[in-house]
Write a protein that binds this ligand. Structure first.
Ligand SMILES: Cc1ncc(COP(=O)(O)O)c(C=O)c1O
Length: 364
């Protein structure tokens, strides 16, 4: 969808970008660090930042006894995921991923010679994992099960019950749960469900500053993992990254230590936009599984194949991502971003609604 860059005639609901910019105090802290001097930092991240992350994981995510030694600063959640896969996977291992799910899990697993299997989601249950199908995919070669809550693209948020069930499953099966919680603080109705809170020995949790603080281009995230894995990941970080930019880390520290009202404000904004989308579809009599968290609404195409629907909507003036980008399970859906501002979102959803009401199947 690169070709849409700069097109003013198309409303862009396709991007995975959050609203607004990084808070000013974050930018200023990074600037100060650069002026004072930016040198190599330790592989696992700056000690002060690891300490602040440990504190946040206790208070916000409810993970008990977190110390700075059990967290690693990463070059975004994506590189955290890559480093964990590097540390854990051997050729022939199997990785179980959600379908529909963030496509990078597949790419990263394939690059490491692993086989990818997927588990189905149940749209009627808010896109929760189909547990029977998931269990049927487990084999002696399964090394990692991935869960993503809040989910990109579906907006599903795992309940405590579901999370503890998944953790139980991996424990019994002798594999590990990689819990991608990049959107952990974007939960619309209720608190954060963090799987590591249930069993830190079998869960690796990935987090990000990208969405919470609108810092996608800063490239900073972190992970929490059992100690043996933290040590392996730090060796990988030292060998491949030389650590995350200390300028970025200074900004990340300011984000955690500074006022958190920006997080609350953005959450309120995304919730309002979720409600706006849900209200417009409901008023038109169109079905929707309203997202419970994250940055996206997963809209049904009404039977039109996703690729065709996305192409038709671009002609009509709005860009959304075809659900099939996220796997075969995304067929029949389009991903629309809640990061677009209210007027854009309203206009884009209006075009979608009009297309659906005209009979989306006929491609009118
Ligand atoms: C589910 C999910 N995990 C991880 C990431 C990557 O986050 P980061 O920017 O921290 O690499 C994204 C980004 O879109 C995402 O949607």
């Amino acid at each position: 969808m690169q070709e849409l860059e700069g097109r003013s005639d198309v409303v862009g609901l396709h991007k995975g970008e959050p609203a607004g910019n990084a808070p000013l105090h974050v930018v200023e802290a990074a600037h100060r660090q650069a002026v004072e001097g930016a040198r190599y930092g330790p592989g696992g991240g700056l000690p002060q930042l690891r300490g602040a992350i440990a504190a946040k994981l206790g208070t916000v995510n409810g993970i008990a006894d977190v110390t700075s030694a059990s967290v690693v600063v990463t070059h975004g959640a994506v590189q955290g995921c890559a480093a964990v896969f590097d540390a854990l996977l051997e050729a022939g291992d199997e990785v179980l991923v959600p379908d529909a799910g963030w496509p990078n899990y597949r790419v990263l697993a394939h690059l490491r010679g692993a086989r990818v299997k997927s588990y189905r989601l149940v749209p009627a249950e808010g896109f929760a994992p189909d547990l029977d199908h998931l269990v049927a995919q487990l084999t002696p070669s399964t090394r990692i099960m991935v869960v993503n809550s809040p989910s990109n693209p579906t907006g599903w948020v795992g309940s405590d019950g579901m999370m503890s069930e998944l953790v139980d499953l991996v424990r019994r099966h002798g594999c590990l749960l990689v819990a991608d919680e990049a959107y952990d603080q974007l939960v619309f109705d209720g608190g954060v469900a963090s799987s590591a809170a249930f069993d830190p020995d079998h869960v690796i949790s990935l987090f990000s500053f990208s969405k919470t603080y609108s810092m996608t281009g800063w490239r900073v995230g972190y992970l929490h993992a059992p100690q043996w894995l933290v040590d392996a990941v730090i060796r990988i970080e030292e060998g491949t990254l030389g650590g995350v930019s200390v300028v970025t880390q200074a900004g990340a520290l300011a984000a955690l230590e500074g006022p958190q009202d920006v997080v609350d404000e953005r959450l309120i904004t995304y919730r309002r936009r979720r409600d706006l989308v849900a209200a417009r579809l409901a008023a038109a009599g169109l079905e929707l599984v309203a997202p419970a968290g994250g940055l996206f609404a997963f809209l049904p195409t009404g039977g039109t194949p996703s690729d065709e629907a996305a192409a038709r909507l671009i002609e009509l003036g709005v860009a959304m991502v075809p659900g099939t980008v996220f796997g075969a399970g995304g067929e029949g859906f389009l991903r629309a971003s809640l990061g677009a501002d209210d007027p854009e979102l309203d206009k884009g959803i209006g075009l979608y609604v009009r297309w659906r009401l005209q009979g989306s199947d006929d491609g009118e």
